[in-house]
Design a protein around this ligand. Sequence first.
Ligand code: MN
Length: 231
Amino acid sequence: GPCSVESEEQVVAIAKAVKASGATMLRGGAFKPRTSPYAFQGLGETGLEYLKAARAETGLPIVTELMDVTHLPLFKDVDVIQIGARNMQNFDLLKAVGHQDKPVMIKRGMSATYEEWLMSAEYVMAGGGIRTFESYTRNTLDLAAIPVLRKLTHLPIIVDPSHATGKYWLGEPLAMGAVATGADGLQIEVHNDPAHALCDGPQSLKPEAFDPLAKKLLALHATIKGMEGQA
Ligand code: MN
């Protein structure tokens, strides 16, 4: 789904489109952690209501980020709680989500090692990129993390090629790479009008670009499963 929930029409339209392409969950930000205090901060509680409207329309479970322990009661109807990269070591927040029943997806902090990430993830996990010397991409997608984590943990591994690269056209090759190296799931930003997105437009795919990508990813996944079957 979109980086930020911007309106009910927007999130419902994107939800319908990605569901038709094979997406199994809808992720969008209502409470946004922004590097700049002057950037769009999200619709907050209203954004959560729009996500629920999209779920009611499509049946897709909703994933959204929790930034503040005091907001936890507002998240009681959310299906998966995301803990963002900037909060990966916010231990009070991690403990709070550990005391509730919903699945939790923890993004890797930009400077976190695998060990630190796993320490934070007594719960569940997801992966974006990490900060390196390379500045061409927004972050660096660490594909080696996937087989390493596969060895170290039983937890599901979800890869986010959108935030890892910051460029929509790198989403496809790196999503394919993530599937090939054993990711359990992908989180890909999709926006109906990326040029006018309030957040992360340059890394968002249009629904019409997401559709063939979803089909390719499912075909690649089936091929790999078939090869494992022969081995
Ligand atoms: Mn985003």
